[in-house]
Design a protein around this ligand. Structure first.
Ligand code: NAP
Length: 267
């Protein structure tokens, strides 16, 4: 396989630094630059805790993509910055692989149209853990037979968006098969606001934020006299890296934006 030149945005963060360790394990991936706010001008190997790469840190995506020859941008930052980075990458003809969560539907539409116009491949996935992708697909199937559903997602307490991108995506997939239904008692009242969670067409999503957690989701389906639980746990951020590698390998040959790893895994 020929070499793929990769830029990682958010490289000193929890996910980004894991992406650097993944790149180190694959000889065909070549780290050409990193982006963050703190380490501009430094080499990666000058930053404590990061693997031994000669690539330099930038804080300006346009300058970075002008100066280095990149094939793929891996973005693991925050929603506002990630949107700006993804847009800039497409304009520069660099294929984005985006794990950053929290983009609005309007932002996703804008990026989809831009990628199509520029014929640049892009992958945006709210969850790069392959087991989580399967959990979402199994949930979609189960929703056909069990319309009473509660989603409980649990993440570390530094997460900025709630509900998680995975929970939102799961709810969207479920809605493709679930008939609209208000769950619970028709006269149910919350004595403390939020007790019943977010309401998506009558189905409920609950977000738990606690230190020590990584990314966990349980989807509970109920029918008369029975319960089905579909659960996925990411115990370590390494769980997202095989999906990111999978997306990098695919995006090289793509000419449009794909939202959700399932479109690459199950097609
Ligand atoms: P994190 O540890 O806070 O890292 C965020 C990184 O973004 C840091 O390196 C930070 O750099 C950088 N950053 C922030 N503002 C920036 C800016 N204006 N310009 C350039 N870089 C900037 O967060 P994390 O836990 O790694 O999560 C990162 C993203 O991945 C989040 O959106 C999270 O929800 C998502 N995520 C996705 C998946 C998935 O499978 N899709 C799984 C887990 C997490 P500084 O430290 O220099 O500010």
């Amino acid at each position: 396989m020929s070499e793929i030149n990769v830029v990682v945005a958010g490289a000193s963060g929890k996910m980004g630094s894991e992406a650097l360790r993944m790149i180190k394990k694959h000889a065909e991936l070549n780290l050409v630059a990193c982006i963050d706010m703190k380490h501009t001008g430094k080499k990666v190997n000058e930053v404590e805790g990061l693997p031994n790469f000669e690539a330099k840190f930038y804080n300006d995506i346009d300058l970075c993509l002008t100066e280095v020859n990149a094939d793929v941008l891996v973005d693991l930052t925050s929603p506002k910055v990630g949107f700006k980075h993804t847009k800039a990458a497409i304009v520069h003809g660099v294929r984005p692989v985006v794990g950053t969560t929290g983009f609005t539907p309007e932002e996703l539409d804008e990026l989809t149209a831009l990628a199509k116009e520029k014929e640049v491949g892009a992958v945006i996935a709210p969850n790069f853990a392959m087991g989580a992708v399967l959990m979402m697909q199994f949930s979609k199937l189960a929703a056909k037979y069990f319309p009473d559903i509660e989603i409980i997602e649990k993440h570390h307490d530094q997460k900025l968006d709630a509900p998680s991108g995975t929970a939102v995506k799961t709810a969207e997939l479920i809605q493709e098969n679930r008939q609209s239904k208000a769950q619970g008692h028709p006269e149910e009242q919350e004595t403390i606001t939020g007790a019943r969670g977010a309401n998506v067409d009558g189905m409920r999503i609950h977000s738990v934020r606690l230190p020590g957690l990584v990314a966990h989701q349980e989807v509970i389906f109920a029918g008369p006299g029975e319960n089905l639980k579909i659960q996925h746990d990411s115990f370590h951020r390494e769980s997202f890296m095989s999906g990111i590698k999978f997306a990098i390998d695919h995006v090289i040959n793509m000419k449009e934006l794909v939202y959700g790893l399932e479109h690459l895994m199950l097609d």
